[in-house]
Design a protein around this ligand. Structure first.
Ligand SMILES: [Zn+2]
Ligand SMILES: [Zn+2]
Length: 113
């Protein structure tokens, strides 16, 4: 598998990408930001596994979760490519990304406990 990093892929709407896409994002570390040992939020950053654009994956997640929904960090998180690469033809209203997005493991479900 040797595809050049700058090979451009067309925009393709896909909210159920294959396992290799999710696995590559799961392999990126959730980085916690702490204040006095309390995790405030987690961030995950890296290249989109599909289009290889460096800024494709940019997720931040509040550690406390959303009110009424329980802690988010132990559930799957929807992540979509938010790159600024050139993926034609992008539909009206889609300003960024190559169109792929799917659920990846949250910070807790990924860890060992
Ligand atoms: Zn891209
Ligand atoms: Zn992408």
């Amino acid at each position: 598998m040797s595809s050049p990093d700058n090979q451009k892929v067309p925009y393709q709407a896909n909210d159920n990408p294959p396992a290799w896409w999710r696995d590559a994002i799961d392999a990126m570390e959730w980085v916690p930001t702490k204040s006095e040992d309390v995790v405030l939020w987690y961030q995950k950053e890296g290249p989109c596994p599909r289009c290889h654009d460096e800024n494709g994956v940019r997720v931040s997640l509040e550690a406390e979760g959303w009110v009424g929904l329980g802690p988010q960090e132990d559930t799957d998180i929807f992540v979509s490519c938010e790159c600024t690469g050139d993926h034609a033809p992008r539909p009206d209203g889609a300003l960024e990304g190559c169109g792929w997005g799917g659920y990846v493991a949250g910070p807790v479900s990924k860890g060992s406990n």
